[in-house]
Design a protein around this ligand. Structure first.
Ligand code: SF4
Length: 82
């Protein structure tokens, strides 16, 4: 099954409106310390990077919806080469 790389970049630009979390809570959550969006732990690829994840195909459309709705357009999704 295809996989997709999701990035929140630049994460510092997040304005904490929680739009992505409400649209796609399986992938995005708010960080309680800096109050910015992050990838949920399950899909993070690097424990030291809160802004990058790999998600399965069934989550592609909700990530795309979140990316389109993000007011500062910092959510990106691209296919991962197998
Ligand atoms: S939709 Fe964009 S600005 Fe809003 S919380 Fe998510 S990443 Fe941050």
């Amino acid at each position: 099954m295809a996989k997709y790389k999701v990035t929140i970049d630049p994460r510092d630009n997040c304005i904490s409106d929680m739009v992505c979390v409400s649209i796609c809570p399986d992938v995005f959550e708010m960080n309680p310390e800096d109050n910015k969006s992050q990838i949920v732990e399950k899909y993070r690829v690097d424990p030291n990077n809160l802004a990058v994840g790999i998600v399965p195909e069934d989550l592609k459309s909700c990530v795309e919806d979140a990316a389109n709705a993000c007011p500062v357009q910092i959510i990106h999704i691209e296919p991962v080469e197998e």
